[in-house]
Structures are given as C-alpha cells and as structure tokens.
Design a protein. Structure first.
Length: 398
C-alpha cells in the first residue's frame, strides 16, 4: 500500500540542454535532448499553471543554459503569472547588461550564478570554453539590481585549493548566499569521476575552512557546503526523497523524480504533453516506484534512519551496485560500501604517489607549491601535483 504523499514544493524546469559551456561534471544525461524536441512557450506556460495548482511554490529554470531560450522573458512572465517564485540557474552566458535588466523587469526573483573556480585557467579548462571573465562582469552588473543572488561554486580535486579565493569573490559580490557544492557523481561527472574526486586531505581542510567561514559570516552571507557522497558516513536524502518534494521536467516534457532517474532501466516516464502534472505526480509508475518503504532491502528496511535518508540515492545505487533497490553504497552500513572504499583508496593512493614523485624529481626552487595557504582566513588546502586529465567534455546536443 502506498503511503500518503504531499504536494511537490519545487518544479525543476530543464528548459533546454543547449549550453555554451561543456562542463566535465555536468549533471545532464549522456544522451542530450535536441532543440527540436523542446517544449514550446505555450506548453511550458501550461505546465507552470498545473504546477501551481498542485501546490508548487518555486520554479527553478535550468538546463543546459536557460538563457539560450529566446523566449526566456516570456517564460519568466508565465511562471510569475502562475504565482511561482522564479529562480534562474545560469552560467551567465549569453548575457549583457540590457538583457539582465529585462530579466529583472520580467519578474525574475532569484539569480543563481555558477562558477567553475576562482582562477580563469582552471575554470576555462573545466568548462571547455572561455567563460570566467564574463561571469565576473555579471557579478558587477548584479550589484545594480534589487534581486536575490546566490553563487554556486562547483568543487572537485582540480579547484578545491581555491576555496579562500572563491569565498573572497563571494564576499565582494551582492550575493546573500554562497554554495560550495562538491561534484555529485552522475551524468558527465560519473564519466570523469577519477579526475574529479577530491582527496581525503583536501576534504578535511575544506570542511575546517568553511566551518570557520560560516561562523565569521553568520548574518551576512549564508555559506552552505555539500560534501561528496563518497566520503559521507550516511547517504543524503536525495532530492529530499524520491518523489517527495520535487519534480523535474526535461526539455522534451518528460517528468522525472530527479535529474538522473533515466539511468535506471525499466522506468517509464510520463510526458506533460500527454498527461496532467497532478496525475503524473500522484499515480505514474516512475514516481511511485521508490516511494514509501516497501521496495527497501536490508539493512534499510529495518534501519532507524530510513525515514531520514530514505535509503539514499536510487540512481547512485544503480550506478555503483547495478541495483536501484539496493542500499546506497555510500552508506557505511551498505553491503556494497567496500566498492566505494576501494574507489577512494585508489584515488588517494594514486594522487599521493603522483605528488611524491613530482616533489622528488623537481629541482629546488622550481617546484609548484603543493599547498596554498590563506593566512588571513587561516586556511590551508592541499593541492596535489597531477598532470592535466584527459577530460570527457559534455558536447552540445544536435
């Protein structure tokens, strides 16, 4: 018997998979949806109305890059007409001052700007394009508008030592919230995982640094930090639990319980072109599949934490254990946890060996500093010495 369900609180609107960036950790699926399949302005407008009637309070416009939609102003107006709070999650490209002004005038409530780091060289390497300078311009333009601003720094082994610089950038901006989110390993991030996972030393230093930052900036900037799942003792309640709080609409109109749900075989996803949003939320097979507890295996089935993390992430369980009903392998209680431990051991050992080899073969005075220190913030963040990875970049859909 299915448990009583609440209404979704947020609608994640993937307006398009097109994007000027080609980030190596993009959460989009490996099979991207073409422009020709995207929902029209009218279809999205209807979805916003249905979402509001269902109890949704917020629409998160994302992609790809939502600014590549030529009708983005109409979509903001349509969502506001449905009385939804509109949050734009963007790379800041393509954008100029006049277009930013138009977004605000259309009713945009929240501007969420993503960064690939604090230094241009690594940021451009990760995004596969020259975008960092434009993001800095957008930060300056935002200061001229009364709009909520969040900065998202996506962290990984190649940029985690830049934390003091990232925080400094946030403090000099108009942002009231900054999120330091370690890469979560789905989509393109899963394909590039071995080059992105931070070391345990890096993670320890970053947690210490950000705890101090939270205390120092309390009441000024909200500092949030998301650790990599692989290092956690217990799994996160992915998306607040399967089909409990959020629903995602793909560019072509498929309704998903989370970003990565399509990796799980055997799930059939309803399309908003053919079915009302409320029916999809309440009775569709994909949304019902992992609601409640009846699907759980041990140790989840009798675990005291099952109402807190709901067994963890179903997509991660499939990617790591080849079984979407398994306990999320990142959980310390999971039978498959040794797989995660083996991954971490391999990464940490390989990075340590590479750094040791570089230090012993580099002529004194020529070496790159293996550790960067920001004395004013009291932070010391490990920077391992490695060669540039052979990235698998996210392409643009045809």
């Amino acid at each position: 018997m299915n448990e009583p369900r609440s209404n979704p609180l947020a609608l994640i609107a993937e307006l398009t998979h097109r994007c000027p960036l080609h980030c190596v950790y993009c959460s989009n699926p490996l099979e991207l949806e073409a422009r020709t399949t995207e929902l029209s302005t009218e279809e999205w407008s209807r979805v916003f109305q249905e979402a509001a009637a269902l109890g949704v309070l917020q629409a998160d416009f994302t992609g790809g890059e939502p600014l590549t939609r030529p009708d983005i102003l109409d979509l903001i107006r349509a969502a506001r007409a449905a009385r939804l709070y509109v949050n734009l999650i963007t790379s800041g490209l393509p954008l100029d001052e006049s277009r930013l002004e138009a977004l605000v005038q259309a009713g945009l409530d929240h501007f969420q700007l993503s960064f690939q780091g604090a230094r241009e060289e690594v940021a451009n390497e990760i995004s596969g394009t020259r975008a960092h300078a434009q993001k800095l311009r957008v930060l300056e333009w935002l200061k001229r508008h009364r709009i909520a601003v969040t900065l998202n720094f996506v962290m990984h082994r190649r940029n985690i030592e830049q934390l003091p610089e990232m925080l400094s950038l946030a403090e000099s901006s108009s942002a009231s919230r900054v999120e330091f989110a370690n890469v979560q390993y789905y989509g393109w991030a899963f394909a590039n995982r071995d080059a992105l996972l931070p070391t345990r030393e890096q993670l320890t230093h970053s947690i210490d640094f950000l705890k101090k930052a939270q205390e120092r900036l309390a009441g000024k900037i909200k500092v949030e930090y998301i650790v990599p799942d692989y290092y956690a003792r217990f799994p996160k309640p992915c998306m607040g639990g399967w089909a409990r709080k959020l629903m995602l609409i793909t560019p072509s109109g498929e309704a998903l319980p989370c970003h990565a749900a399509k990796v799980i075989p055997g799930l059939a996803f309803e399309n908003v072109k053919n079915r009302h949003l409320s029916e999809i939320w309440e009775v569709s097979d994909a949304f019902e599949r992992f609601r409640g507890e009846s699907w759980m295996q041990e140790p989840c089935k009798t675990c005291d934490r099952r109402a807190l993390d709901f067994g963890g992430c179903r997509c991660q369980a499939f990617l790591l254990a080849a079984d979407a009903t398994a306990t999320d392998p990142v959980c310390s209680l999971a039978p498959q946890r040794p797989k995660v431990d083996a991954i971490l051991l391999t990464i940490n050992s390989r990075v340590a060996q590479a750094s040791a080899s570089a230090l012993t073969t580099t002529i004194s005075g020529d070496a790159t500093e293996p550790r960067r220190t920001d004395s004013s913030a009291g932070a010391s963040v490990a920077a391992p010495t490695e060669s540039k990875p052979a990235w698998r970049y996210r392409p643009n859909p045809s």
